[in-house]
Design a protein around this ligand. Structure first.
Ligand SMILES: C[S@@+](CC[C@H](N)C(=O)[O-])C[C@H]1O[C@@H](n2cnc3c(N)ncnc32)[C@H](O)[C@@H]1O
Length: 294
């Protein structure tokens, strides 16, 4: 299943669905209180009485069997759509978590207004200061926070997210944000793909100008903190995605395709990804960005 949400005019997002092979996603296994991969279960419940108001991207994926509309769900993992906002819910014996992406208010607004501009470690590592024209592929889009920071500083960013629930949250948030006067221009610089980045990168012709200048990677890294201390959004990400086993393959593929650099976000004390040392590193308090210049 491959989809692309692209802003074609200020207030709409369209989705092109290619192929129909079942994808794999983690499913919560109550009996083991852990997550397992189940390639057969590809349908995510969306609990809503407002299905008609869902955006076109999500409606298309409902037609393709990725999501299923329901009036209630006893699944520990489901999406809800109420008052025009899509949320993800994780309900376990220990915790009940609800998460929504908001590119307009809250932390996004604070970082947009007071974040420190192109001198922040992330844009610096991506070369935005000297090369505002570079295109960026965020190959591990997640909740879109890093992509939004880069787009808010003027970069054109393609977001690639393989998880159907996270993809749905991203396109829903983009659809709401594109209607907002303050962030409309930023959102128009963002394009969201429902894809495995490795396949997406492998399909690119490396001789083509259209290859991204920068490929940015932020693979999940096992968090050693007790879960109560991990922020809610990270708990949801960890629960949904787990630890990526394909990150080295993604990194090596990115190195073959990026025109200028590959940037890898790591916890400060984590080992480098892959066998080679980075060209250089940009550090912040808890995080480092390893930059591999091509
Ligand atoms: C740690 S999160 C990224 C968080 C993100 N940087 C942010 O600012 O919200 C990693 C994400 O990468 C996605 N991911 C991992 N491997 C991927 C792949 N091969 N293709 C697409 N998405 C991938 C996971 O599903 C997960 O959502």
């Amino acid at each position: 299943m491959v989809g692309v949400a692209q802003l074609v005019e200020p207030q709409t997002v369209t989705l092109v669905v290619e192929g129909s092979s079942p994808f794999t996603h983690p499913i919560f296994d109550l009996s083991k209180t852990s997550y397992m991969t189940n390639a057969q279960s590809t349908t995510f419940p969306i609990v809503t009485h407002e299905a008609a108001s869902l955006c076109a991207d999500i409606k298309n994926l409902i037609d393709s069997g990725v999501y299923q509309i329901t009036s209630q769900s006893d699944s520990p993992l489901f999406l809800s759509f109420n008052d025009g906002v899509l949320s993800i819910h994780l309900n376990t014996e220990e915790k009940r978590l609800k998460l929504t992406i908001d590119f307009v208010g809250g932390k996004s607004q604070h970082r947009r207004q007071y974040g420190g501009g192109k001198n922040q470690p992330l844009p610096k590592a991506c070369g935005l200061y000297k090369h505002p024209e570079w295109t960026i592929l965020d190959a591990t889009a997640g909740l879109g926070r890093d992509a939004f920071v880069l787009a808010s500083l003027g970069a054109k960013v393609t977001l690639c997210e393989q998880h159907p629930a996270l993809y749905a949250l991203l396109v829903d948030a983009m659809n709401r944000a594109v209607k907002d006067f303050d962030v409309n221009e930023i959102i128009k610089r963002m394009q969201c793909l429902h894809q495995d980045s490795i396949s997406y990168l492998k399909k690119m012709d490396v001789s083509e100008q259209s290859c991204p200048d920068v490929v940015y990677l932020d693979p999940m890294y096992p968090d050693r903190k007790k879960s109560a201390k991990i922020k809610k959004d990270m708990q949801v990400l960890q629960s949904l995605v787990g630890h990526s086993v394909e990150e080295i393959r993604l990194f090596e593929t990115a190195l073959k395709v990026a025109k200028q650099r590959v940037v890898v976000k790591r916890p400060k004390s984590a080992p480098v990804l892959g066998a080679n040392s980075p060209s250089y590193t940009v550090s912040s308090v808890n995080t480092r960005y390893d930059v591999y210049v091509i």
